[in-house]
Design a protein around this ligand. Structure first.
Ligand code: ADP
Ligand code: MG
Length: 391
């Protein structure tokens, strides 16, 4: 479905639900990270792109008072009612309304006056699939609120408001990548984001013969050991031993010299982070120069490092990368790696656009043969960030 079709569909659903057409329609995309994994909390670089999957939110002024907000989602249960004369607060953990309500709270905190409105949300970003439906929901809500209140935010401020909503309302201490790319994504561009300075840099990827294939393994291994917190602690420990504020300031040489002074596991964790922080701007350069074999090699190297040194992959993700690598350049696969936090979720492959159908068929059948699980695949070129479709 194109964004315009999606917008029309959401408007029709809105009209059915509320008995009148929407006045405003806003949209924001999900994302995939092409390279730069587990670097964000080490002040490193990430290289995401917006995907052709959007969350759309349609709204109209309220019929029953200037202080009532009603939110519905075609994917969430029930209607959420907010009373603007009362202070907003988060609902129970896990409630879908926490994301949009947190964003509304952010606008109120800046003195914006939304007034009452009814809204309906519809999305083609899979929920909980690692493609950041949560940021798409926050950023589409923020884009709607900009239109309703007339308070136009600077893109960085807008992304940070959405990140704060996820922290304070959804209870998820996420980094800045998801909200930045959903706000700032641009058609035919990746976004090289420096998580230390928060400086975003658009990287043109205009060659229409290349695309990104996203392969959802459809597994999510629930880990009881607090693996994410452990990795963060190991990174902090390595930084302390190396005498740097964060691993962003460390080099491969420094790490090798300090090897005798650190635990073997901590050494390998730091080796992943330091090498990945180096690979990411290098890959951005490769994209800029259409140097595809280099980009592909960096993606494979990223995967090996995440699998062997950071130990956040899983057999299903490894199977996808293995199958993709076996298809190889001759079959149109340039590079492939796990993407997202790991232990399941998605892999991303850089592919020749004209071979997508054959590559998808082969990955799907071979993956299912090996794991007995059906994957979900879809292709995307770098898509546009948040937009107001109707004001
Ligand atoms: P991801 O961001 O990877 O998709 P998260 O767990 O961070 O996964 O966010 C998913 C949650 O966001 C869902 O469980 C739901 O609460 C909320 N959400 C996202 N999109 C929608 C939507 N269109 N309608 C209702 N809730 C949504
Ligand atoms: Mg999320």
């Amino acid at each position: 479905m194109t964004l315009n079709e999606l917008s029309r569909h959401t408007a029709e659903q809105f009209t059915k639900t509320y008995g009148r057409p929407p006045r405003w329609i806003a949209a924001a995309p999900g994302r995939v990270n092409v390279i730069g994994e587990h670097t964000d909390y080490n002040d490193g670089f990430v290289l995401p792109m917006a995907i052709d999957r959007y969350t759309v939110i349609a709204a109209a002024p309220s019929n029953n008072g200037a202080t009532k907000i009603q939110l519905r989602s075609t994917l969430g249960d029930g209607a959420i009612s907010l009373d603007l004369t009362q202070p907003l607060k988060p609902a129970a953990k896990g409630a879908w309304s926490n994301y949009p309500v947190g964003v509304i709270a952010g606008f109120l905190a800046r003195g914006a006056k939304p007034g009452g409105f009814d809204a309906l949300i519809h999305s083609t970003v899979p929920l909980g699939g690692g493609l950041s439906s949560s940021a798409a929901l926050e950023v589409s809500t923020a884009t709607l609120l900009e239109a309703i209140t007339g308070l136009k935010l600077d893109p960085v401020d807008k992304a940070l408001l959405c990140q704060k909503a996820e922290h304070d309302y959804a209870g998820m201490p996420c980094g800045i990548m998801d909200q930045f790319i959903s706000v700032m994504g641009k058609k035919d561009h990746l976004l090289l984001l420096d998580c230390r300075s928060r400086k975003p840099e658009l990287v043109p990827m205009t060659d229409p013969t290349k695309a990104l294939l996203i392969i959802n393994t459809n597994v999510k291994h629930e880990l009881t050991g607090g693996e994410y917190a452990k990795r963060r602690a190991q990174c902090e420990q390595a930084a302390r031993i190396l005498g740097v504020t964060s691993l962003r300031d460390a080099t491969a040489d420094m790490l090798v010299r300090a090897r005798g002074r650190m635990d073997e596991v901590v050494f390998r964790r730091a080796r992943h982070v330091i090498s990945e922080i180096e690979r990411t701007p290098h890959a951005a350069e490769g994209v800029r120069a259409s140097n595809w074999p280099t980009v592909g090699q960096l993606m494979y190297a990223s995967h090996s490092s995440l699998r062997d040194d950071y130990e956040v992959s899983c057999p299903e993700l490894d199977a996808v990368v293995d199958i993709a690598q076996a298809i190889g350049l001759k079959g149109g696969v340039i590079g492939c790696r796990m993407t997202g936090g790991g232990f399941g979720g998605c892999a991303v492959a850089l592919v020749a656009a004209d071979s997508v159908a054959a590559i998808s068929d082969r990955i799907a059948s071979e993956y299912e043969r090996r794991t007995k699980i059906k994957p979900t695949l879809f292709v995307s070129r770098p898509a546009a960030g948040a937009t107001l479709l109707q004001a």
